[in-house]
Ligand binder design. Structure first.
Ligand code: SAM
Length: 258
């Protein structure tokens, strides 16, 4: 079978690394686990060694038969065919699920945002993603990697970079470097009633990174609200200088005016 680029099929070929990835989720026999994109099943096998209550979602119909027969001895292992971004998470996701994946890189951002929407049902996520996306997730304010993904994801999760995985451990070898990260839902997430508004503020603040906050926020707020923001913030700053507390402060001023 020729690996399909359109589905990000870079298969891991080293079971030491899949065991190392699975260990990061601290699996117990009665855990409930989701795996995204089992591929040929090398990471699936590592997960099943510690926990058999596993649901794996695979988009490629050509891989399903082999997966079914390879893991036929595991009655609590289920494969759900289809696109993880289209299936009904409400229907499948049980509270307290651990998510593990060597993610197909093209779905990384939408998948992470979906995970943030369902953070209440997730215990942890251990994910291999592109190193440059991992850099963005753990970035600090006023750095080039700090941006929309950083702020949105860190509102929902404590984020942690674990280790890099070298290209020679995949077939075919990816052109980018890979990093395993762990996301754990925050126990003290900030109270945000209107998350859509919060997301719009974050997106506006980073809309044009070279522009000042005043310019970027113009599209979102009235001149009255802008005046209130001006009292609290130096609006000649750039969005990338705002820490989470600044975004929350900004959100409260804007939300109170709606
Ligand atoms: N877990 C395997 C491994 O580590 O070798 C395969 C990882 S490979 C990077 C990504 C896998 O995700 C492929 O099997 C691919 O077919 C599957 N995939 C791609 N897009 C998907 C989607 N939207 N929903 C579910 N599976 C997807």
């Amino acid at each position: 079978m020729i690996p399909k680029k359109k589905w990000g099929q870079n298969f891991l070929i080293d079971s030491n690394i899949t065991r190392k990835i699975a260990r990061q989720a601290d699996l117990h026999p009665d855990d409930c686990v989701w795996e995204i994109g089992p591929g040929k099943g090398i990471l699936t096998e590592a997960i099943l060694q510690s926990c058999e209550n596993l649901t794996s979602f695979e988009i490629d119909p050509d891989l399903l038969d082999d997966l079914e027969s390879k893991f036929a001895d595991y009655p609590n292992f289920r494969i759900v065919p289809g696109d993880i971004l289209r299936i009904d998470w409400e229907e499948h996701l049980q509270p307290g699920t651990k998510v593990i994946a060597n993610l197909p890189y093209q779905i990384t951002s939408p998948f992470l945002f979906r995970l943030a929407d369902y953070r209440d049902k997730i215990l942890c996520a251990v994910l291999m993603i592109q190193k440059e996306v991992a850099d963005r997730i753990v970035a600090k304010p006023s750095t080039k990697d700090y941006g929309i993904l950083t702020v949105k994801l860190n509102l929902a999760f404590n984020t942690e970079r674990l280790f890099n995985v070298e290209p020679h451990l995949f077939y075919p070898q990816p052109k980018v470097r890979s990093t395993v990260i762990r996301l754990i839902p925050r126990i003290d997430p900030p109270e945000i009633e209107d998350m859509k508004l919060m997301y719009r503020i974050i997106e506006a603040a980073f809309h044009n990174r070279r522009k000042t906050l005043r310019n970027n926020l113009k599209q979102l707020v009235t001149s009255d609200t802008m005046a209130k923001l001006e009292e609290a913030f130096d609006l000649t700053r750039r969005g990338e200088t705002l820490a989470e507390d600044d975004f929350l402060h900004m959100y409260r001023i804007i939300a109170a005016d709606r």
